[in-house]
Design a protein around this ligand. Sequence first.
Ligand code: ASP
Length: 297
Amino acid sequence: MRYAILTHGGAASPESFSDGCVAAAEAARATLDRGGDALAAALAATAALEDDPRFNAGTGSILRLDGTAIEMDASVMSSDGRFGAVTCIERVKNPVLVAARVMETPHLVLAGAGATAFARRVGFEDHDPSTLRARERHARAIADLEGLGDGRHAREAPGWRRGPPGHYFGFADLCAGADTVGAVVRDAQGRFAATASTGGTLFTLRGRVGDAPTMGAGVYAGPHGAVAATGIGEEIVRRFLAKSVYDWVAEGLAPARAASRGLAMFPDVVDVGICVIGRTGHVVTSNRSMARAALAG
Ligand code: ASP
């Protein structure tokens, strides 16, 4: 059995950021070289992506609509059926590593203040993930919401304009996808792991839970493979994307065919990307530009 590592920088992320995905995949390979398993390698890759401030995960995560909160989601699943996730966690450097600690508890998902308190309790220090880039991006997005921006986020804004001016409580049909990260790994022993980590989508209320911490939506792993998805979380959850694609691989469909079938479930206006590894093949694909990397050997 040969190893394979796929990493991505989020549906609609610039392909010019792929160097960050390559560095993350190399961190995963170094972990395998040291004897780590698929789970350890996927965590190493995702932590590296969280530490790259260009991506919307960990340091560099985008702000929620209120312009102050940064709430992050992350999950990890391994082919032996273990799963751990955090949602709406604040002020930690590597949400995916906290998700891995949740995996060691009897729980599957920890949310909000409880997730942050758990992180502190198991040794994760206070960390401010905000960056100037993320604050500027939020300002541009709000300007578009007010009709005063440069139009870059105009496509996503209308659903949020339904409330009175200044009160963005209309729930968008679609929000903006924004540079989430993730990885899938198969190790030489045939074990699989999948991860996701995100600061959420651009126009997002506090407390929103997307696909990244939702088992079977943003990630899934089992004895036949591993899947990590990115894009508009609400749309991904509605289609149970990662588990659907996994099931097709388990039925014998090649990963590339299963991934195409997964993308085909979405209307063209929805950003979506997917990494799929099976026993004999792998693919990373998207319906938009997407920073990505693949290593196999
Ligand atoms: N799926 C992420 C979310 O909805 C965003 C993304 O992948 O860009 O939170």
